[in-house]
Design a protein around this ligand. Structure first.
Ligand code: G3P
Length: 236
């Protein structure tokens, strides 16, 4: 299993690569904001373009995901191409992160815009990391559209199951891979009993149909969950 560090903090990323076990980086706009603000508070003047370029260099040619902030197919495709054009020349390692479904409400007409954006960017030779995957069906469609990475959000599924059942928890609390019973009933979300089960089903879909996409178990909360992601065959 490869390990990608989920951070935009240059010191953390450098540390990970120094350990010799990190194979890539995933960033998102809030991680970048947090990392840059920390430096600005420390008295540094930060140029965002130069800062992102340093992350790409520290990653030594391994994949670095940069996420779009647009939420329509046209917007995500244009922004994805722009980001790739600006940053890929630095070290040739930019992957564009696209939300599988950018819709905010049930009646939005953008539910498939992520799939369209993945398909178009991939066709243009730009590798995509599909983010915010919450069902194996979404993983399946993203794989068919050509995504390089599929990122099921394991921790967020577990958070959601506990929240809906009114169970209080800390962010890093362990959630059983086999699911949790509450008042003699297994908590589940449309047949998914835990974040790890979501990862496992995404891996099964990819393996069964020999897709080239890799499953990146995202939003992991603790080391035991990393172990379980490895045991169900997550590629990253
Ligand atoms: O890259 C995805 C990851 O940052 C999400 O993590 O902890 O906000 O669910 P979390």
């Amino acid at each position: 299993m490869e390990i990608f560090i989920d951070s935009a903090d240059l010191d953390e990323i450098r540390q990970g690569y120094a350990w010799g076990v990190v194979d890539g980086v995933t960033t998102n706009p809030s991680l970048l904001k947090k990392a840059v603000e920390k430096r600005v508070e420390g008295g540094e003047k930060v140029d965002l373009k130069a800062y992102i370029s340093r992350i790409l260099e520290v990653a030594q040619g391994t994949p670095v995901s940069l996420e779009v902030t647009e939420y329509t197919a046209e917007g995500m495709i244009a922004q994805g191409k722009r980001l790739h054009q600006i940053f890929n020349p630095v070290a040739g390692n930019v992957y564009i992160k696209i939300p599988v479904n950018p819709a905010f409400r049930a009646d939005d007409d953008t539910h498939f815009d992520g799939i369209r954006a993945i398909r178009d960017l991939t066709a243009a030779g730009i590798p995509v990391n599909t983010t915010l995957i919450f069902t194996p069906e979404q993983a399946f469609l993203a794989a068919k559209a050509g995504a390089s990475f599929l990122s099921p959000f394991a921790g967020r599924i577990d958070d959601d199951l506990r929240k809906k059942a009114g169970i209080s928890f800390d962010k890093t609390d362990y959630y059983p891979a086999g699911g949790l019973e509450n008042e003699d009933e297994l908590l589940e979300d449309n047949g998914i009993a835990s974040g790890i089960e979501l990862v496992e089903q995404c891996v099964d879909v990819v393996d069964r149909y020999s897709f080239e996409s890799k499953v990146l178990a995202a939003s992991l909360r603790n080391p035991r969950q990393v172990r379980e992601a490895a045991l169900v065959g997550a590629h990253i």
